[in-house]
Design a protein around this ligand. Structure first.
Ligand SMILES: Cc1ncc(COP(=O)(O)O)c(C=O)c1O
Length: 436
């Protein structure tokens, strides 16, 4: 094992030996390389005369550039987007995102969290999380309704065993009892369990209520207290898009952070949906856990392993993307602009609810509870979902996503409010064409 990895493992073991146990074999071997990166960083501070360390091209002391490239970017200096970003992400953005986590999650007050490590979008955050924490054969508990890419990352690429429970409880909310009994069942034969929680949820558009969130936190803390090592990983891709009063308006991360030494909370989030920048590819990995001793040193060790993993994967996330996001977060109109877009999406969600309250659709489908995010789902009564999807596309030019035999997912995030009534009327007409 590399001596730097050994050193980090010793720091982690000293702060909380359970967290060292939770690391994947790859995670245990990860470290942040010194070599070229450290020497370059040192030279950046001290090489005032000639700095011949960096793997970029310079000209007259400036970043070499093609006008045909830099001509497309007017408000950011070439040095802030043509050059490499650090593997950790640019310092200002990491600090600003951390600050925003405290603002968006009041329950984090007085808790210590790591400095977020920047990755290339939330998919990459999940992938890096899996590299650092998931061994082949590890069990990961995820509801059966889920974003399909989890299977690709955890099941196919990392050979973890995905263990399912029903997303909804029989009474229609989040299935807290189902989650708890699945984790308890797995805890009988597994020392370490990874629990993935995604709210607002893809595909249902359901966000956990405050009372459900408290029950989930209580159950996971209790199971951790009984001796199981729990890694609770939050995919907060749609964070902030909460449309109803009783919904938890912060991340479950805040309720699980530093609650028990056997419980590691990991927050995966990003600017992708929070700032409407799907193609910029800026995501974050942030840790919250209980340790003894020097907390800053401990988190620094986790950050080094995570950034080392980024270094060995994509080297670093888009500098342009990071600079744009940082600039936007510091803009005086940032909060106002976000509120305006939130209001549009909230109005659409309310309109979908109002349209679907009409009893005329009730012979065709049931509506799954939704209160957040981009999506909602309907459960068809007597028509196959894929057949209806294809029929709607061919006959009416309407595109939806079919999930399994029964469910259709509607992304109201991309349908203007004025078109929502017509959308569901067409779905109903298509249903009737097939149902007879
Ligand atoms: C639940 C969930 N997680 C993660 C992502 C991916 O986000 P990103 O585009 O930042 O990789 C999505 C996007 O579709 C998603 O629905």
């Amino acid at each position: 094992m590399n001596p730097l990895a050994k050193e980090l493992n010793e720091i982690i073991e000293k702060g909380n030996p359970r967290i060292l146990d939770m690391l994947a074999d790859v995670g245990k071997e990860l470290f942040f390389p010194k070599g070229i990166l450290t020497q370059s960083a040192e030279a950046k501070q001290k090489a005032h005369k000639l700095n011949a360390t960096i793997g970029i091209a310079m000209e007259e002391g400036r970043t070499m550039q093609l006008r045909s490239v830099s001509g497309s970017v007017s408000d950011i200096r070439p040095g802030e987007y043509l050059t490499y970003a650090p593997s950790y992400g640019i310092a200002g953005l990491r600090e600003e995102w951390k600050k925003s986590l405290y603002k968006k999650n009041p329950s984090l007050k007085e808790k210590q969290i790591s400095l977020p490590v920047v990755v290339s979008g939330i998919t990459h955050a999940i992938s890096i999380f899996a590299d650092v924490w998931v061994n082949p054969g590890d069990v990961i508990v995820i509801p059966e309704m889920m974003w399909g890419n989890y299977n690709m990352i955890f099941g196919v690429r990392h050979k973890a065993r995905v263990s399912h429970y029903d997303f909804y409880s029989p009474s229609g909310g989040f299935n807290v009892a189902g989650l708890e009994s699945r984790v308890r069942e797995e805890a009988k034969t597994n020392k370490k369990i990874i629990v993935l929680l995604n709210f607002p949820h893809n595909p249902t558009g359901y966000a956990i209520t405050k009372s459900e969130a408290e029950a989930v936190a209580k159950a996971l803390i209790q199971i951790a207290n009984e001796g199981t090592h729990i890694i609770a990983v939050m995919d907060d891709a749609y964070f902030g898009l909460f449309y109803e009063e009783d919904v938890l308006k912060e991340s479950l991360f805040a309720l699980l952070c530093q609650k028990h030494p056997n419980l590691l909370a990991v927050k995966l989030d990003g600017a992708t949906k929070e700032s409407y920048v799907w193609g910029l590819r800026v995501g974050f990995v942030t840790y919250g856990c209980s340790t003894t001793g020097d907390m800053a040193l401990f988190y620094d060790a986790l950050e080094r392993k995570t950034a080392g993993c980024v270094r060995g994967d994509i080297s670093n996330a888009s500098h342009l993307g990071q600079s744009i996001i940082l600039k936007s977060m510091l803009d005086k109109d940032f909060d106002k602009e976000k509120q305006e877009k939130y209001d549009i999406l909230e109005a659409r969600a309310k309109k979908v609810k109002a349209v679907l309250a009409d009893k005329k659709y009730s012979d065709a489908w049931d509506v799954y509870p939704f209160n957040a995010g981009y999506f909602m789902c309907i459960r068809l009564k007597n028509v196959n979902a894929e057949k209806l999807r294809v029929h709607l596309l061919d006959k009416y030019g309407v595109g939806l996503i079919s999930i399994g035999d029964k469910n259709l997912r509607v992304a109201f995030s991309c349908i203007d409010e004025r078109d929502i009534q017509e959308l569901f009327d067409i779905i109903y007409r298509g249903y009737k064409d097939l149902a007879g």
